[in-house]
Design a protein around this ligand. Structure first.
Ligand code: ZN
Length: 451
């Protein structure tokens, strides 16, 4: 398959100015990432991030965190295709309203297509910039009843948007990204509660990261829009009502004409360490896509022609951008639960290596150097290394602190005789003597409480 851009996006003044502001935090992000080996990029795929093993650990933690929250709110995760025929994008409205921000995908060998050659559009695909059409298609595959609603799908697929190459920057302006994307199919009576749930989840999630400076914006009908003005007005009124009623949001502001082409939205903005605002979470109310996909459900009175309303929502928004915000926020000093380097064990000399590896196996949840034939599926699996190098304990401890390990665990003759290990944190020289079991439970408590 080759992927070509459908159109070149204008590099607007707004993008350029954002880019200049981005520079300081992008440079800091690069410096921390280079030191901690978190991610890299390559000219072979501009705007697409290579997450290195330790960066992937952070990304996976964010995803696992959100998967667990979404289960609580009744979401079901789905996995959906990356490429769809042009016909689908025409149906969804993306072709007329979003084509310039998309990539076209065409097979090198057209003869493999089973469709008559005269229908050229059947050979063209678009790489998805959003998950919404896939979720509408899943909703439409089955007969739906009122008592199933709200139906909530979540999706962590990679998405591609054709940002101008001059505007690409670090983790914040990319061509390929992932969202904690979710779509809720519901009726009018559900809207208030669903939006309130999402606002609660947004506030609680950012709170876990110690980010409490949050702003809310209501973005209204843009110049390019689909559907009737009356429907837009109704949706905007509904969102204003929820924002006014929500105790979580405090005050909110309007951004005239900044809505998505299919509906108005609430955007949630964070302020980072450099005083730069980032759009993260979003809640969008959509009466158009359900109509375009002819979505229906059977109501309580047996009538069949009822159209659900679609709520698009994301809490982290782009995981890449949220990653960048966390890099700024923590400056590489990750809290234990999300740290890709949670602990390092330093055996004082060669005779202590066996005990060190035994503890490593325990803290990693029996996955590393497992003595079982097959590793267990669930459990707590901490990222723990053993530093077996011949360097002095002082040197290895200093390097461990510089590398960002949360805990340093020493093991020597005295520890083995006592059946304990000497453990200290990155930030405090105070040493505690704990058994392997006690360390494991200490780590479980830290991870459970997001410390
Ligand atoms: Zn969506």
């Amino acid at each position: 398959m080759i992927i070509r851009n459908i159109g070149i996006r204008r590099c607007t003044r707004r993008l350029l100015s954002t880019n200049i502001r981005d520079e300081s935090s992008t440079n800091t992000n690069h410096a921390i990432s280079n030191k901690q080996l978190l991610y890299t990029t390559d000219a072979a795929s501009p705007g697409s991030i290579f997450f290195l093993p330790h960066g992937t650990r952070i990304l996976n933690k964010l995803i696992q965190f959100m998967k667990n929250q979404q289960i609580k709110y009744g979401f079901q995760e789905v996995v959906t295709p990356l490429i769809f025929k042009t016909k689908l994008w025409k149906k969804s409205g993306h072709w007329d309203n979003y084509k310039d921000d998309m990539f076209k995908v065409v097979g090198f060998d057209m003869s493999k297509e089973e469709i008559p050659h005269e229908s050229i559009e059947e050979h063209e695909y678009g790489l998805k910039p959003m998950n919404c059409p896939s979720h509408c298609m899943i909703f439409a595959k089955f007969d739906r009843s009122y008592n199933e609603l709200p139906v909530r799908y979540s999706d962590f697929s990679s998405l591609h948007r054709n940002e101008a190459s001059g505007a690409l920057s670090g983790l914040t302006r990319v061509r390929r990204f992932h969202q904690d994307d979710g779509h809720i199919f519901c009726n009018v009576s559900h809207i208030d509660q669903e939006i309130k749930n999402t606002l609660d989840l947004i506030k609680n999630t950012y709170g876990v990261f110690g980010i409490n400076e949050v702003e809310y914006y209501l973005s209204t009908r843009p110049d390019k829009y689909i559907g009737e003005i009356a429907t837009w007005d109704e949706a905007e009124t509904q969102l204003k009502k929820v924002l006014d009623a929500s105790t979580e949001t405090g005050s909110w502001q309007i951004r005239e004409g900044d809505g998505a082409f299919y509906g108005p939205k609430i955007d949630v903005l964070l302020t980072d360490a450099f005083d730069k605002k980032h759009q993260v979470g979003t809640i969008q109310l959509d009466f158009q896509l359900p109509k375009r996909f002819d979505l229906k459900y059977v109501a309580e009175d047996g009538s069949r022609n009822n159209q659900p309303i679609l709520i698009h929502r994301a809490v982290f928004g782009s995981l890449e951008r949220f990653f960048a915000i966390l890099l700024d926020h923590y400056q590489g000093k990750w809290p234990f639960w999300i740290n890709p380097r949670q602990a390092v064990i330093i055996p004082i000399n060669e005779s202590h290596i066996e005990k060190a590896e035994e503890l490593q196996r325990k803290l990693c949840g029996d996955i590393i150097n497992s003595q079982d034939e097959i590793s267990p599926l669930t459990g707590f699996n901490f990222h723990v290394d053993v530093d077996k190098r011949a360097a002095t304990v002082g040197h290895r401890t200093k390097e461990a602190i510089q590398s960002g390990y949360s805990y340093i665990i020493l093991i020597g003759d005295k520890d083995i005789a006592n059946g304990t290990f000497s453990i200290r944190s990155r930030d405090d020289r105070k040493v505690s003597n704990l058994t392997g079991e006690e360390i494991y439970h200490k780590f479980i408590d830290l991870e459970r409480s997001y410390q």
